[in-house]
Design a protein around this ligand. Structure first.
Ligand code: FES
Length: 148
């Protein structure tokens, strides 16, 4: 399968994306990470699924557009799939398109990790502040995952 993102830029492995409690269970958020030395950016989605955090490059394999119209709104009405607002492609928790115009293609998956916060540079998230297990941790980007 040809690479759908030959120009994909990734920040260094271990780059902090957000506090670990910034994404409520079964919710999604979008983030843009910018390179301080160039115009490179990574637009990504994090989905807090019942099976853990999932990360994807926010670029639909149909026309290469970002999925969302409204900030952080990536899920369908039942909350069990990502939906592209442009033409309705539906993606499962592995990033594969299961319905819509790019069925059989996939979002580019990203490897994430949750790590203890290394410094006080990242303030605690303002939501889910009672989630004590995650308050001193961050979600970090490890790199690109290969589809299995
Ligand atoms: S750009 Fe996503 S379905 Fe067309």
């Amino acid at each position: 399968m040809p690479d759908i993102l030959p120009d994909l830029w990734l920040p260094p492995s271990g780059t902090v994306i957000c506090p670990a409690n910034a994404i409520a269970p079964e919710e999604t958020r979008g983030f843009v990470i910018s390179d301080t030395h160039s115009a490179n950016q990574l637009d990504l989605i994090i989905w807090h699924t019942p099976d853990g955090l999932r990360g994807f490059v926010n670029r639909c394999p149909h026309f290469g557009l970002p999925l969302e119209t409204l900030p952080d709104r990536f899920l369908n009405a039942s909350g069990d799939a990502l939906v592209c607002s442009a033409h309705g492609a539906v993606f499962d928790a592995t990033g594969f398109c299961v319905a819509g115009p790019c069925q059989g293609k996939a979002l580019v998956p990203l490897e994430l990790d949750v790590r203890p916060r290394a410094s006080a540079d990242t303030p605690p998230a303002d939501q889910n502040a009672n989630d004590g297990a995650l308050t001193d941790k961050d979600i970090v980007l490890i790199g690109r995952l290969a589809h299995s």
